[in-house]
Design a binder for this molecule. Sequence first.
Ligand code: KG4
Ligand code: ZN
Length: 348
Amino acid sequence: MGMDKIKKDILILGIESSCDETSAAVLHNGRMLSNIIAGQEVHRQYGGVVPELASRAHQQHIVPVVDAALKQAGIQPRQLSAVAVTAGPGLQGSLLVGLSFAKSMALALDVPLIGVHHMQAHILANFIEDAGGQAPPFPFLALTVSGGHTQIVLIRDYFDMQVLGQTLDDAVGEAFDKTAQLIGLPYPGGPQIDRLAKQGNPRAFRFAKPKVDGLDFSFSGLKTSILYFLQKKQKEDPGFIKRNLADIAASVQATIVDILMEKIKEASRLTGIRRWVLGGGVSANSGLREAFRQLAREEGWELYIPRFEYTTDNAAMIAITGYLKYLRGDFSGLDLVPKARWDMPAKK
Ligand code: KG4
Ligand code: ZN
């Protein structure tokens, strides 16, 4: 089929429900018409996402969120070309809500269903038209950092991605959130650490950095070393944490950022690729952005950071991935099942 035969107006509904954000978006070709994101407050009091509560909240949100996305886009369901949905990785029960809904909709409208890999979508978010400038040319490297994942990925083409390194235990976002909890900050702690770090001295305290081979990461040891450090200091002086909050936050953040920067330098050295994209919720961190930008300047790399609404979990990134798959005729059957664990798909 020649390019001229492809329908000019492709409208994709994207649905994301892999963790604790229910999101729906409509894309007209590569352009975003709507991107509705509903967060879940229920997890705050537990200091982390509770899977069962997440599924229930998705069930409450999914209909109004999809409805709002269609309304804001100004389109009728029957105008849709396809329904794209996150099939994994993520929380099984949460994925199931989005997937069941997407299947029913695709069946009712008689349009293709397109299952999307969440981590591919985080990277392909850079190809949404207003993602933040020009799309990155291939090949490039990506650092994706969030509450659920931490990866360095080599991208040769849209659907030719190879994970070069990833966390062996906690994700970067978890490292931020768990440290924040240790010093008494509310969940999610990442943004709080970021805020406090601005007033603190990043060299006030030193924490041991993990020794991990290759491009993989580990953050659970860091959390333990911070815990022991704080316990020792509190024993000597019960007011220690309170009085040193900003310095602790700044030092923790600097340590985490250092760990990330070392690995990305190594990834560029090993691959010879000097073009990077940054994605995932932790890409909001001002220390990380500053360090990455500075490193890129020093090394002469190109750095792409999409608009913030496309870096946290959102359905626009699912819709753009769905669109790119639609152009390739890469559809899913109605027997598609959620995959809580799902490696990056091989080259397509
Ligand atoms: O991508 P995301 O919205 O959801 C997933 O986990 O997939 O990422 C959420 C994570 C949380 O761990 C949150 O604490 C962290 O991103 N985060 C930050 C900042 N903003 C969000 N961590 C550090 N600094 C921030 N400014
Ligand atoms: Zn994510």
